[in-house]
Write a protein that binds this ligand. Sequence first.
Ligand code: PRP
Ligand code: URA
Length: 208
Amino acid sequence: MEVIELKHPLVEHKLAILRDKKTGTKEFRELVSELATILCYEAMKDAKLEEVEIETPIQKMKTKKINEDNYAFVPILRAGTGMLDGIIQVVPNAKIGHVGMYRDEETFKPNVYFFKVPKDIAQREVLILDPMLATGGSAIDAISQIKLRSPRKIVFMCIIAAPEGLEALKKAHPDVDIYCASLDEKLNDDAYIIPGLGDAGDRIFGTK
Ligand code: PRP
Ligand code: URA
């Protein structure tokens, strides 16, 4: 398993605005989407290219394209859907699955309430989207559900990860690579990431 943290001044700049409690819903959504685009570039840096022939206005040429049918993106509801716009910007034909989960506010344990993925997911690489990896419970369960459909490969993409979540995820699914924009300090007693950005779902959807 690889853990890749994006290291770039622009990413750090955008994260600073995202984390700020004064940042409102509109800007928060836009930043989640932008960071998802950047994470997608990084997570697909080894994507297989297929040779194609095209014709420029000048002449024919052989060039290369990604076969978008090899991929599926699966946001974890709700907050993961905030990353979808940014993904579709760069993979416009992306097939999308959904895994619905919420953390029980007392036990912090995830509950699955929805599961729908592309039928041919076994032929695809699956990139799971969720802005937050805290205890890791939601990601671990989502990945376990998706593994039952035997996809070619699974990658997990998040904006902020806590060390506790990374450790738990590494242990449960050592074959899954993780891409994050920031690896934060730790969890607090309510299993929120410190310094984090608060509740990603509530900030994306303006529910609190
Ligand atoms: C948040 C977040 C992750 C989960 C992370 O979702 O988007 O899915 O918590 O926590 P964990 O690593 O400890 O499982 P939440 O359950 O609050 O649901 P929401 O997206 O509907 O707000
Ligand atoms: N879920 C969130 O949205 N934020 C956290 O810090 C932890 C879990």
